[in-house]
Design a protein around this ligand. Structure first.
Ligand SMILES: [Zn+2]
Length: 477
């Protein structure tokens, strides 16, 4: 057990001439004052990562700057989950009796740092796979655009339904004194804002901002206010969207179940079939707005019915891993080789010429695996197929793996149109279509798509040259 005894949060927006360490220090000062603890009381420090100040020892750098000499300190980085992960670790360290007061702190000057928005968009876009995703020009909104597109397809919701979520989030955020934007927005405002990664528009996306936040996690309650932490949980299902088991079921629900279990509590099962809110057409999400009015997301009767059906299907599975659907495994042999654009070697010939052909067509390491076709690997032990190159099977660990060239046939799983490209070279191509395709060999890959593609379209892929790279492009067949 532990207590959140202090919180420090800087206003979101522009903090001119403030460095990452300045913002972290300001937030830490607020949190320690809130907790009523002095520098000497802090025996542990956990820091998040800072894209504006990448450093291999950020926690130590911060401690030196702020004037702390704790007995325990290091950084964490798990993307947007970093804040919660730091609090969870602080809780575990305190609950184990190792530390008494842990300072958890993060800050970034993303808006006012050199390069501003363009720099941070480009930096964050690097979260993708360096070989199979980043060269295609996805951005953070593009990854979420793919997820939103798939979610809208599976739950049969419209762009207006999705826009209601942004309206709701703005209404809730505007109640906070440190909010960056406080004016209310409407569904039409959202739909009228410029496209970023369709179906997501500007008002669907997180704003770039400077800011800082800190907590003090303590063994004992130190002041009048305190929030007791009784359990925490994590779930790690994948990193890259290409390897995600599903685009509509992520680890959030699993982590919540683990937190409830860690707290020694039981989830109170909610019977959706008896929920009057569902009968009035709610179902997927409800909350209470700042004016006390109940606000809803997904307000359509038919969507609620579909959600209830899905919930009924998933409910018994909450406490165990959802079984994977059987994958088609046609195990197609190597198909005809294709020439990369500008290659001076023919597609036929001896193995030596083949190797020269491959080497001659490598504009970068990423293209090495796809310059003569969309390549995948297959396990000789369990038959599993996958896309990201490895020397072993990620399912069973066998090292008997073989490489194959895919037929290029597949079905579109998700689509987004990227209007806001991450780099100068990709901006020249924007808007461009990104697709997730389920290849008939049983693996999923990200690729560029011809304009107008939609989920469930049968497609044929080939390798083309775009922005100086050999990339897979799919067209409807
Ligand atoms: Zn295997």
């Amino acid at each position: 057990m532990s207590w959140i005894t202090g919180v420090g949060l800087l206003p979101y927006g522009r903090h001119e001439a403030k460095s990452t360490l300045d913002l972290m220090s300001a937030a830490a000062t607020l949190a320690m004052a809130d907790a009523g603890v002095a520098r000497g009381d802090i025996d542990g420090v956990l820091t998040g990562y800072a894209t504006t100040m990448p450093h291999i020892m950020l926690a130590t750098v911060f401690c030196e700057h702020f004037g702390l000499q704790p007995v325990y300190a290091h950084g964490l980085q798990v993307g947007g989950a970093t804040g919660f992960a730091m609090v969870m670790l602080a809780h575990e360290l305190v609950a184990a009796g190792r530390l008494r007061n842990v300072l958890v702190v993060a800050g970034e000057n993303r808006m006012s740092a050199p390069g501003g928005r363009d720099k941070i968009v480009e930096t964050l876009a690097q979260v993708g796979h360096p070989v199979h995703e980043v060269p295609l020009g996805p951005t953070i909104p593009a990854y979420y655009g793919l997820v939103a597109n798939r979610y809208m397809h599976e739950y049969k919701i419209s762009a207006r339904d999705l826009a209601e979520f942004a309206v709701l989030m703005r209404a809730n955020a505007a109640t906070h004194p440190g909010a960056q934007f406080k004016e209310a927005i409407t569904v039409d405002d959202v739909l009228g804002s410029k496209p970023i990664a369709q179906p997501l528009r500007l008002l669907d996306c997180c704003a770039t901002a400077d800011g800082g936040a800190a907590f003090v996690i303590s063994r004992e309650r130190t002041g009048a206010a305190g929030v007791r932490i009784i359990g925490a949980g994590q779930a790690h299902t994948h990193q890259h969207i290409s390897e995600a088991p599903s685009l509509t079921e992520f680890g959030a629900r699993l982590s919540m179940d683990r937190a409830i279990e860690a707290a020694g509590r039981k989830r109170q099962l909610h019977d959706h079939t008896r929920d009057p809110a569902r009968r009035t057409g709610l179902g997927a999400a409800r909350t209470v707005g700042p004016d006390g009015a109940r606000r809803t997301f997904l307000p359509r009767r038919r969507q609620a019915a579909q959600y209830a059906r899905r919930t009924a299907q998933l409910w018994p599975l909450r406490c165990r891993r959802r079984p994977r659907p059987p994958r088609r495994n046609t195990l197609a042999d190597d198909g005809p080789r294709r020439l990369a654009p500008g290659c001076r070697y023919g597609p036929r010939g001896a193995a030596r010429r083949r190797r020269r052909h491959v080497l001659a067509c490598q504009p970068d390491p990423g293209a090495a695996v796809m310059s003569d076709g969309i390549r995948y690997q297959r396990c000789g032990g369990c038959g599993h197929t996958w896309y990201f190159v490895r020397s072993f099977c990620p399912r069973c660990g066998a090292t008997a793996v073989s490489k194959h060239t895919a037929s290029g046939r597949g079905v579109v799983h998700a689509v987004t149109i990227v209007d806001r490209a991450p780099t100068a070279e990709m901006k020249a191509l924007a808007p461009y279509t990104l697709v997730m395709v389920d290849a008939e060999e049983g693996f999923r890959l990200m690729a560029h798509g011809a304009p107008g593609l939609a989920i469930d379209d049968p497609v044929q892929g080939s390798i083309v040259e775009r922005a100086g790279r050999a990339i897979p492009l799919f067209r409807r067949v």
